[in-house]
Design a protein around this ligand. Structure first.
Ligand code: TYD
Length: 236
């Protein structure tokens, strides 16, 4: 696989063109950030742990009939993916109140949310990713009503698949963030699904198994990522 020009470097991944305009190489770097990029570190092994878990979850979604951008893993830290026209939305699904929901609204951390709550942010770092609503999404022409309906439907389907799978591993899926893109009129789940983009709590102890370990500075992030990755990907 000949890797060509860098197309885009985000906070934790770099995206390269390939000789095929329909395909991209995504490299998961060892960088980690939080609080809108204010806290930053480089942690050895983080790239391969997140690439591994992301590819695993994308594979699980594909098995359940959900389109994802993953074509295949290339090596420990890189994957070959469909080149999507990304939709600049962060679609967050919440099963249990935590994070910004608890900070911004009068709800106690740990409150079950039934049905799950979908929150959609505008992916725009310069504006600090403000929250949107359906009317704003249409007014800004970020998605049509049909597309938004489809994004929410897929997000809830992803939630059902991941939540059931993780429950089988003794893990609560508290919340997670998805990004979507389009290719030939079809919507795909893109970006990543990893410990950086979800909250996972151990069902027995309530312990955080995700980026909150880094956000709160409690414990060794990489040890925790190793532990949760092997729990997620272990053979039954
Ligand atoms: P949220 O509680 O809204 O924000 P924060 O992580 O800043 O407390 O996050 C909900 C979930 O979505 C959480 O699992 C982290 C993930 N997420 C991202 O991966 N990227 C983002 O930019 C945001 C806002 C959330």
């Amino acid at each position: 696989m000949k890797q060509l020009k860098l197309l885009y470097a985000g906070k934790a991944k770099s995206v390269y063109r390939t000789e095929n305009p329909g395909e991209l190489v995504i490299k998961f770097r060892d960088d980690i950030t939080a609080f809108d990029g204010q806290k930053k570190d480089t942690l050895a092994e983080k790239g391969h742990l997140n690439a591994g878990v992301s590819a695993f979850f994308f594979g699980l979604l594909e098995k359940n009939g959900i389109n994802t951008h993953l074509i295949r893993k290339i090596d420990d830290t890189t994957m070959l993916a469909h080149h999507l026209a990304m939709i600049p939305l962060e679609v967050i699904v919440r099963n249990i109140a935590a994070g910004s929901m608890v900070k911004n609204y009068p709800v106690e951390k740990g409150t079950p949310l039934n049905p799950p709550v979908i929150v959609i942010d505008f992916k725009d770092d310069t504006r600090h990713d403000p929250m949107l609503n359906d009317d704003l999404i249409y007014a800004l022409k970020l998605a049509s009503p049909e597309e938004l309906h489809e994004l929410k439907r897929i997000a809830l389907e992803v939630n059902t698949v991941l939540r059931e799978y993780l429950a089988g591993r003794g893990i609560d899926l508290v919340d997670f963030k998805l990004e979507f893109g389009k290719k030939d009129g079809v919507i795909y789940v893109g970006d990543e699904i990893s410990m950086d983009s979800m909250r996972l709590w151990d069902k027995k102890t309530g312990e955080s198994l995700d980026k909150d370990v880094y956000r709160t500075g409690q414990g060794d992030v990489i040890t925790q990522y190793h532990h949760v990755a092997s729990r997620i990907m272990a053979e039954e």
